[in-house]
Design a protein. Structure first.
Length: 304
């Protein structure tokens, strides 16, 4: 476990890149936060789909009233990395430094690619211990193409080499800060619905599921081998209803189908009982480069 110093101000931020990360939208989300959480003396903060954790670390940085936080994700490699950062950060830093030294000593790009592919193959054996698995998870995330995390139907990581001339594999300062903040965080692995047991009147849920694809070519939610289709989106809405019945506050993010089709009322109809706010976001992931850029996203809440 990481031991903190009373004289250091730890500012956490995501230690991995993640498609759909919320760092650029934090100021907009801040404007949408329920006013009630500003007046509560003790908050339980819950993220059923933690992803890269931009919102998590922002909340932990800015709300001293958060006495406990719970994060969950179906991606067990991701949640393992969070656990290792929380509980074994010094061991992780040591291993990442070794990997970084070896990688940066390789001058030719083709040889770096060979090293990357070898580590990807080792990672996909699923036979590594938790520490090495977390280290390779971070290494691959830092050196793969576009910082993507994508798996095939067998759950194997298949993102190609990134060809970066400069790369930081061991971000010691971020890892130490995140480890400090994660001391108050319970980390779960599995279906989002298991977090319902933390729903109470002093709980605030931020819900950021795999987004509904706007078209067949724009689909990217392969964070795990399990799919998140319309049936899952509807199941998630029932989860939000359950939160509402338990007097928990919540905000949910998702894509806006109306960005591609003005007549597509999927979320407008599904969440008609709640408040829906449209915001502008910039997204890079699209198979067609001309379709990357600003588009509407949704913030849905039971208290806007």
């Amino acid at each position: 476990m990481f031991q903190s110093s009373n004289n250091i101000n730890y500012i956490g931020k995501p230690f991995v890149k993640w498609v759909g990360g919320k760092r650029q939208l934090l100021s907009v989300i801040e404007e949408t936060l329920p006013k009630e959480i500003l007046t509560k003396k003790a908050i339980t903060y819950v993220e059923p789909f933690v992803g890269g954790g931009a919102m998590l670390f922002w909340m932990l940085n800015n709300f001293s009233t958060i006495k406990k936080a719970i994060i969950n994700d179906i991606n067990s490699d991701l949640t393992n990395a969070y656990i290792i950062v929380r509980d074994r950060v010094n061991d992780l830093i040591s291993l990442l430094k070794d990997i970084e030294t070896t990688y940066l000593s390789i001058e030719k790009e083709e040889k770096r690619k060979e090293f990357y592919l070898l580590q990807r193959e080792r990672y996909n054996t699923k036979s590594l211990d938790e520490l090495e698995n977390a280290a390779l998870f971070i290494f691959l995330n830092r050196t793969c193409f576009n910082g993507l995390y994508r798996v095939n139907s067998s759950g194997l990581f298949n993102v190609p080499f990134g060809k970066y001339s400069k790369v930081t594999i061991c971000d010691k300062e971020t890892l130490l800060s995140d480890s400090f903040l994660l001391q108050k965080v319970e980390i779960l692995t599995g279906d989002f619905n298991q977090t319902i047991k933390y729903a109470k009147k002093d709980s605030f849920f931020y819900i950021d599921p795999p987004y509904k694809p706007l078209s067949k070519t724009s689909s990217f939610n392969s964070y795990s081998k399990e799919t998140f289709d319309d049936v899952e989106q509807i199941r998630l809405k029932h989860f939000c209803d359950n939160l509402n019945d338990r007097n928990s506050l919540w905000i949910l993010s998702n894509s806006d189908p109306k960005s591609n089709d003005d007549n597509n009322n999927f979320f407008d109809d599904l969440y008609s009982a709640y408040q829906i706010k449209r915001i502008l976001a910039f997204r890079q992931v699209n198979s067609n480069a001309q379709k990357r850029g600003k588009l509407n996203e949704l913030l849905i809440s039971n208290s806007i």
